[in-house]
Design a protein around this ligand. Sequence first.
Ligand SMILES: Cc1ncc(COP(=O)(O)O)c(C=O)c1O
Length: 391
Amino acid sequence: MANISKPDLRPANPRFSSGPCAKRPGWSLEALNDAALGRSHRAKVGKSKLAQAIDDTREILGVPADYRIGIVPASDTGAVEMAMWSLLGARGTDVLAWESFGAGWVTDAVKQLQLKDVRTFDAPYGEIVDLAQVDFDRDVVFTWNGTTSGVKMPDGDAIPANRQGLTICDATSAAFAQDLPFDKLDVVTFSWQKVMGGEAAHGMLILSPRAVERLESYKPSWPLPKIFRMTKGGKLIEGIFKGETINTPSMLCVEDYLDALSWGKEIGGLEALKARANANLKVVEDFVSANDWIGFLARRPEIRSNTSVCLTFTDPDLAAAGEDAQAAFAKGVASLLEKEGVALDIGAYRDAPAGLRIWCGATVEASDLEALMPWLAWAYDQQKAELAKAA
Ligand SMILES: Cc1ncc(COP(=O)(O)O)c(C=O)c1O
């Protein structure tokens, strides 16, 4: 028998997906009225919107003036692979992974690029690699916030300021929610659909002066498709970093990103965006500490994400029931909540341990998470009753 009755309150917005993420509070299609539709992205209006997107990104994220920021094809994946294909191979490479997306970059380095001198480091879901083992005089590829495990870098302290290698950092689910120490990062990538709730389309590629130096002094032995090419005649194509995109961008997506950035500035910039994600995580943390049947995949708070928050059911009956039963239980909880219309897309990622993943980035309202928490308890109770019936 289930014991908990359905909560009265429902989240006003049930969208807790980890990408595309919820639009900013108050968003509607009207925000896109000013889009330069049907116009060339090379016309004055298009170019100035693309340049604005770059300038606002720099302002909010605090990107140093001597770092380049480019809008590139194929979302975050495009930006990461463009960097890997263009920069790696000049020296040894360490690739770090503690969840599925990091593991994807390992595959790129080892199986696709087939780098000659590559070391890989991995950690199980919920943990992070031992950063003291990493050699930052080699190039290092890693994901700042592992979206599928909810484990983030604690900070940039393990990365020496005077490193010889380049650090290539996939920061797609960290940017705008966590501090990114740009002095420790040579390549930073992200896409618009995460913390800012923009549209998935284009990638952002941020390059340090040392990354640019590598681009201009090193030519990989493999061919580079046109959408990866950032240099011409051994010189950086500066236009890419002023809004002259390599190929045609969606001006509708650009408008939407500009809207998201303008909201970010209006509420107080990076500090306010981070504070919103932190407050959201706190709602889940309070719930987890009050309930012994649920826990974080990332047990250690210093590596726990404030965006992609991953939860597992710690109920001992379930732990004893085995992996398949746990997965079925977690799916049952997520689908009950979806059916009730109180939480959409909160099942754990397909490669991750069974559980739930609740996006806590800046566009999510803490009040919606507060309304959701009693529903978690309700759905858990419903599923437990089902299990008891089946036994
Ligand atoms: C850490 C990380 N890297 C890469 C990606 C792929 O991003 P995109 O689909 O924007 O290329 C994601 C998407 O969720 C991600 O979370």
